[in-house]
Ligand binder design. Sequence first.
Ligand SMILES: [Zn+2]
Length: 532
Amino acid sequence: MKIIPKINGQQVIHDSEFQIPNVLTIYGEKFSDDSIAVFTERLERTISIKVKNVNSLQEATVRFEKDESILVNGYKVEVTDRTITLFSADEIGMKHALTTLFVMIVEGEKTNNRIIRSTTFSDVPKYTHRGLLVDVSRHFFTIDVMKSIVEEMSRNKLNILHWHLTDDQGWRIQSEVYPNLTKYGEFYTKQEIRDFVQYARARGVEVIPEIDLPGHTSAMLAAYPELSCFGEHVSIKDGPGVYKTVLCAGSEKTITFLKQLLDELVELFPSKRFHIGGDEVPRKNWETCPTCQALMEKEQIPNYDDLQYNFTKQIKDHLETYGVEVICWNETLRANGVKEDLISQYWVDFTPEQKAKEYIENGQPVIFSDLFACYFDYPYAMVPLRKTYEYEPTARLQAINTLGIEGAIWTERVPTPDVLSEMISPRIQALAEAAWTFERNYEEFLDRLKANMDELQLVTLRGSTFEKATISGEEAFQEAKQFLLYMFQMMQSGEVEMELAPAEQQHMLSHFLNGFFNEEQAKRFLSELGGV
Ligand SMILES: [Zn+2]
C-alpha cells in the first residue's frame, strides 16, 4: 500500500482478490452519515465511483462494525473476495478506516486493474493530537482556503486544526458583544465559523481556536485601547514584530471584558480544548503601571512571569467552567505559580526554560511544535522535509505525557493562498507520518509521497513540487542564506520590543542558527552574514 501515513499494524495478504464495482453499496447503522458523505464525495470526484447506502448488512459490500476491543481512534480492515468490513470502536476511528479504504480503492483503480488484494490489517495512531496550526491573523485566508487545508489534513489523518485567529495584525472572529474588534480588517462571521467547524468535524478534524493573550493583542487594543495599562492609541500592525503595548495584567475591567468575550466565542467551538496563547509578552508597561504594581503588591506576586500567570489563571478558570481544557505556549510555564494541570505547547527555548522543562518532565501534558522541525513558514532549505519526517519530540525533552505534535504555518511571510499551500504541502504528509507511524523510513516515505503526488494524484493541495520540497546541499545553503538576509532586514525595519539585553540577543542568534544548521554550516552562516 502506498498510503500516507504508513499503517502501524502487520498486514496479512490473502490468496484472493476484490474487484472494485462501479457502485459500492455501503451499510453501518452505528456510525454517522457525515463520514459516508465525505467518502462518497471523494470517490465520485477522484475516480467517478458511486456509493449507495443500503438498508442491511447482507446487501452491503462495504460494512461497518463496532468493535470495542480496538484502541481509541484505531480501526481494522478486512477485505475478502466479496466484501470489505471496517471495524472501529469510535466514530473517528471509522473515519480513518474510510480514508484508508478510499486510498486503497484509488490505488486499485489506478495501478492494479481495479483490483484490491484480499487482506487483513489493523492500524492505530502513535499520538492522539496530530495537528496543524494555521495563522489567519497576519494574513487572512478565506473559509474556502481553510476547507482545502482541512481536506488535505483529513486525507493524512491529521485530526487537529489549531486556528490562530487573533494577533497584532488582525482580529478574525465576528463578535456581537464587542463589534469594534472586527472594524479594521477581514473576518469570519459566526455562521461561517459554524459551517467550517462542521465541515472539519465531518472529516475527523477538531478545530481548536487560539485567542492569543495577553501579548500579540494590538488588533484588540486598536479597537479597545482601554484594555492596556495606559490606554494609549494602538495601531493595527502590518509587518512582523513583537509590540510592547499588551493587555493590562492587573486590571479587573480587562479580565471582565475578556470573560464576556470568551462567553460569546466558546459556543462557536465544540472542542474540549481552547488555546489562550501566552507567548512573547513584553513586560515594559507592567513595570510602570500603577494597576499592575498594586496587584503585585496586594497578592504578593514576586515577578512578571507570575503576574502573567495570575492573569492567565483567571482566564483559564473561567474557560474551565465550560468544561474546556486550556492550552498555553511554553513561556507560560516560567511562572512559579503553575501548580495545576495545564497543557503546554512547546515551540522553542530561546530564553531559559528550566521550569518549563521541569513541568514537562514531571508529567504535565505537552504538545510539541519545535520551531526547527515543525515551523512551516521557514523555507524547505531551512526546515527540510526530512527533519519534519524524522521529528521525535522526546529526543530533546524527556516528556512523559506527550499528547502529540503540531506543524505551524505562521503567515507574516505568507501573503497568498498559493504560497500557503506550497509551505504546507507536502510537509503535512511528512508531519502526519511523524505523528501517526512508529517505525519510519524516510527514503521509503519519499517513494510513497512521489506516487501520491504523481500517479495516484491523492494530494489535493497545490503544494511545492517534489524537487523543491527535497532541496539539499549547496543549493539549500544558498537559499537559506537569501532567506536569512531577508529576514534580518525585515526584523531591523520591523518592530521587536522585547527589550532583550545584548547577551540575550547573542544567545538567541546562536541558538537560532544552531537549531537550523549543523555546527559547520552555522559557522559558515555567521561568517558569510557577518555584520548583518
Ligand atoms: Zn497594567
